[in-house]
Design a protein around this ligand. Sequence first.
Ligand code: ADP
Ligand code: ZN
Ligand code: ZN
Length: 744
Amino acid sequence: MSAPSFAPRVLGVAVPTPLRRLFDYRPCPSGPSGGWRPGLRVRVPLGRREVIGIIVECRDTSDFEFSALKPVSACLDSDPLPADWLWLCHFTARYYQHPLGDTLHQALPVLLRQGRPLEARTRERWRVTAAGRDAETSRLGRARRQAELLELLRQHPRGVIGSVISAQGFGRAQLKGLADKGLAECREEPLTASAAPSGGGLLAEPALVLNREQAGALAALHQELDRFHACLLQGVTGSGKTEVYLQLIEAVIARGRQALVLVPEIGLTPQTLARFRRRFRVPVVALHSGLTEAERLDAWEAARAGRAPIVIGTRSAVFTPLARPGVIVVDEEHDNSFKQQDGLRYHARDLAIVRAQRDDIPVVLGSATPSLESLVQARSGHYRHLFLTRRASHHAPARLELVDLRGRPTQGGLIPPCIEAIGNTLDAGSQVLVFINRRGFAPTLACHACGWLAECRHCDARMTLHRQPPRLICHHCERQSRLPEACPDCASADLRPLGTGTERSEEALSALFPKVPVHRIDRDSTRRKDALEQMFAEVHRGEPCLLIGTQMLAKGHHLPHVTLVVVVNADAGLYASDFRALEHSAQLLTQVAGRAGRAERPGRVMVQTLHPDDPHLRLLAESGYDALAEMLLEERRLAALPPYRRMALIRFESPQEAEATALAGSAATALRAWLGQRSLDVNCLGPAPAPMERRQNRYHVQLMLSAARRSSLHEASAFLADWLERSREARRVRWSIDIDPQTL
Ligand code: ADP
Ligand code: ZN
Ligand code: ZN
């Protein structure tokens, strides 16, 4: 960014296009009152359109003929967008090799992208004046409604907001009448209330008394609130990490600073929010998908202006500007939803760390099952490693019991010993959770005469069988078709579901246990907005019941009455092609297991598997996540994979397989030639078909780059981005760069 210049001849503007460069414009005659500066939004002509861009450079020269530059049409701001936000966007664009214009655009609330002024929306607050307080109502004579309004205002000495007044049926005429007589007055105030609690301290409820481990962790964090340090808070599920965050945030707010809390997509539940809101008397601003664009802008503005002491949100909340940053918390830091999988492919946890570093504040990463990336940082001493090993409920998290599935008959995917255990648990008055990571009735439909499987015509994938309503659905492209009456290959009518999904388990378990309610929780059963909350309300009453669900159910929810967890099949991650599959699968299994026995009664976790002797699974079952993580790290080190090497994935997709492969091939050749002239230790693998090559009738091909040093990888991907942008072939093939990819 260039230094402020009040009368530059050229403005370098970032506009929302896929091009990785700035566009030069001349200033327009009616400039902003504070002079031209980076960070101001401008309306500019681009081709035949007008778009909103952001000034990035103010300078006196251009690579173009000065007379060829068009003037900007208008400047939209008098003050630049927040400096911390601009800095983070610049960093993100550079690190993830994404066009700056699009990065700025993505990171801005929609209404600001559309040119809405950046100022706090305000509301009116009406109060009685001293004269109004003492006035005889008779003074108002026949103005009966004015007298009633005056009475309302007198009852609320701190004032009444405009919308409440109109909701009571009063209008402008009465307000103006009182104001003209000097009996009432109006003040504008920002829509989001002020940060300062009006006397009586920060807390609305007392904090819990911490146990020894929690107190130790909090003390360690307290010691250094005024400088950057990253801390990995590794605590088993239910060990009270959230309580530690709450007390840390309390200290931060008490110092007049703000806290930013990032949670996984599935974690921003009304339960979580309620917990924060119950604790603090200051506003807790939540950035969730239910907000209107106007509310989102208000939240952004309140954070930017420092009126929002606590901001809590999912991935994109990492781009919320803060006037007085004090701490960033990333809860469940290993969760995959922190990585955006398309467009601007950033990782919110990693950006949180960079941001904390720049703001010189602490960042806390919390998890029961930390990512291997964070574990390596903690072990090498870059992060402080704090542990919570005990649950607040005193029951140690249950061990995983591996149950051999081989050659056993199943009902709804469950073998007899598991069904028996479910029955016993329900009889004892407890709740049971059955975990299946497959929604639908069955993973696919098969012909028992010839072996035909229902495959998607547009993807390299099977169609999932659904019963409610009956149809085949491809979970990759959402294509749906009716159930065939006979096999399309051999015309046999012997078509049978293959495998078990949540619907099938629900059907079988409802038949086996007709007396208890069976709740299915997956994306299909919770499409209605409040369905999930209703179900949890019922489950929290504590009556015996069966919960069947996907990871939606496994993560985050506190289910105090569940004492038995059954995992229908633990094998999905064991032999997957993606090198992170085992790590993710171990995290998920540990999370699921953590749902058992969180309250008074101890828990039991039964894990069905076709591979009871698999060394990874056994290690996880016998020694826990830490031991497995250790083993995985060693494997990654030997295989030269992340976190020991940096990785980037260049993806190519086209309806023509040959075109995608050809472009990937040319790009690889160009890169190898370029690498040949330098001594960069970058490895380029490919072109190779992506794990699911055909999706929605588009072919996916990829190059995989890896390097020991971040900077080498960075240079190589920057070279490729530049090469691809210039390449003629690349115009017909969609390509993207994914730095630190989470899935292959
Ligand atoms: P985590 O975030 O590690 O899963 P939570 O903070 O949600 O754990 O705590 C789990 C449960 O234990 C919650 O019901 C919480 O209220 C309770 N809890 C946490 N810390 C304490 C404490 N120091 N004393 C008593 N109860 C606690
Ligand atoms: Zn057949
Ligand atoms: Zn499909």
